[in-house]
Design a protein around this ligand. Structure first.
Ligand code: NAD
Length: 248
């Protein structure tokens, strides 16, 4: 595969987009550290990858806690010896309220997971990748890294910030053999959207010129490409996989 001999880490890999990314990495030959705050789902993901003939191990971590993310990178190196690829995918949607009514605790929680968590990931991954002599990071942002999500200002702010963080890392590490890019999916069929009502889902579908939501696999294809040597001249970028959502 295109990731033979690589060691890859995916956060939030127990479900949805992260799970598809972890499976794709493993299918392409990477040894994968599946990390999640949900131990049951994370372990199930590892079993699935193994039964498909891949190599994976579970390490529990809450990405909103710096010390847990630091320990996650240490465990990765203990288990597989190095770190070549990291996908910072763990994220939450958060409370839905007008900005003027948004709860202070809700705001902090979303920023803590979606932004601080990605920063902690990048910080400790970069440190380790410098020791390895290089690496690749892919941060999962959203279309809301560039357009509004009415009633979710914390989410929109956090995803815009992830795009900015990614650009900065691209600028800083260009000559250190570390690439870092962000991905912007539109609405994807995942457990995150399962709670949405039929009407709400129809309204969401209508916002995509392709007339449907995306699949986790369609996001994983882009992440896989960016994580591989095929993307060797790409860094600091933000790439959409959005069925045309942001074009209209
Ligand atoms: P999901 O809820 O299906 O999966 C998210 C996973 O992250 C879960 O397994 C959960 O346990 C884990 N997680 C949550 N908080 C965590 C924490 N603090 N530490 C570690 N793990 C944690 O969601 P998904 O739809 O697959 O979303 C994955 C990423 O993609 C998120 O960053 C999300 O914002 C982004 N995204 C999703 C969509 C979509 O429509 N589903 C669209 C654009 C971007």
């Amino acid at each position: 595969g295109i990731l033979d001999n690589k060691v890859a880490l995916v956060t939030g890999a127990g479900s949805g987009i992260g799970l598809a990314i972890a499976e794709s990495y493993a299918k392409e030959g990477a040894k994968v550290i599946v990390s999640d705050i949900n131990e049951e789902h994370g372990k199930q993901a590892v079993e699935k990858i193994k039964s498909d003939g891949g190599e994976a191990a579970f390490v529990k971590a809450d990405t909103s806690k710096a010390e847990e993310v630091e320990a996650l990178i240490k465990s990765t190196v203990q288990i597989y010896g190095r770190l070549d690829i990291a996908c910072n995918n763990a994220g939450i949607g958060g409370e839905q309220k007008l900005t003027g009514e948004y709860g202070l605790d809700s705001w902090r929680k979303v920023l803590n997971v979606n932004l601080d968590g990605v920063f902690y990931g990048c910080k400790y991954q970069l440190e380790q990748m410098e020791k390895n002599g290089g690496g690749v990071i892919v941060n999962i942002a959203s279309i809301h890294g560039t357009v509004a999500a009415p009633l979710s200002s914390a989410y929109t702010a956090s995803k815009h910030a992830v795009v900015g963080l990614t650009k900065n890392i691209g600028a800083e590490y260009g000559q250190r053999n570390i690439r870092c890019n962000a991905v912007g999916p539109a609405y994807i069929e995942t457990p995150l959207l399962e709670s949405a009502s039929g009407d709400m889902k129809e309204a969401l579908v209508a916002k995509h010129p392709m007339g449907r939501l995306g699949t986790s696999q369609e996001v994983a294809e882009l992440v896989l490409f960016l994580s591989s040597d095929k993307a060797s001249f790409m860094t600091g970028g933000y790439y959409l996989v959005d069925g045309g959502y942001t074009a209209v």
